[in-house]
Design a protein around this ligand. Structure first.
Ligand code: FES
Ligand code: FES
Length: 162
């Protein structure tokens, strides 16, 4: 018996529809649909490279079934801003050199976005804790933490809360 089901999501503001079996992860499904900005690292919830916002909350898409996301809203790194109009976090990761090789960056920024929404004025310890589910194989965490501090300052200056 086929377990395929039609899944309808809103991804970065646009409707996306595809057929997925019950075991298909959101990571596999969205990359298959062309959302390759979502990175695949460990596929077991250890690295955070695959993080997306699901109805505004950060999740590891490798641990989330596509069926579970049916009818919900997904935001990837591309949904936060564009090269012409970047999110303050995207801008800060470039300016501080926090992006390095860039592989962990989408997940880091998604996690940081969620952190700054909860806590617009995070201490360094808060940032470390907020990003503790995200691994950087380039290991340049200092610049990553700095990028989040820079973005937090800019958002506070703008009177925004991420
Ligand atoms: S790929 Fe999902 S947590 Fe590593
Ligand atoms: S910047 Fe290379 S893995 Fe983090």
């Amino acid at each position: 018996m086929s377990t395929d089901k039609i899944i309808t999501l809103k991804v970065n503001g646009s409707a996306v529809k595809f057929i997925a079996p019950a075991h298909r992860t959101l990571l596999e499904a969205l990359r298959h649909e062309g959302f390759v900005e979502i990175k695949c690292g460990c596929e077991k919830g250890d690295c955070g490279a695959c993080a997306v916002l699901l109805d505004g909350e950060p999740v590891d898409s490798c641990l989330t079934l596509a069926w579970h996301a049916d009818g919900h809203e997904v935001t990837t790194i591309k949904g936060l801003g564009s090269p012409e109009n970047p999110d303050p976090l995207q801008k800060a990761f470039i300016e501080t050199g926090g992006a390095q090789c860039g592989y962990c960056t989408p997940g880091m920024i998604i996690a940081a976005k969620a952190l700054l929404k909860e806590n617009p004025e995070p201490s360094l310890e808060d940032i470390k804790r907020g990003l503790s589910g995200n691994l950087c194989r380039c290991t340049g965490y200092t610049r990553i933490f700095e990028a989040v501090q820079v973005a937090a300052e800019e958002l506070r200056r703008e009177g925004d809360v991420a």
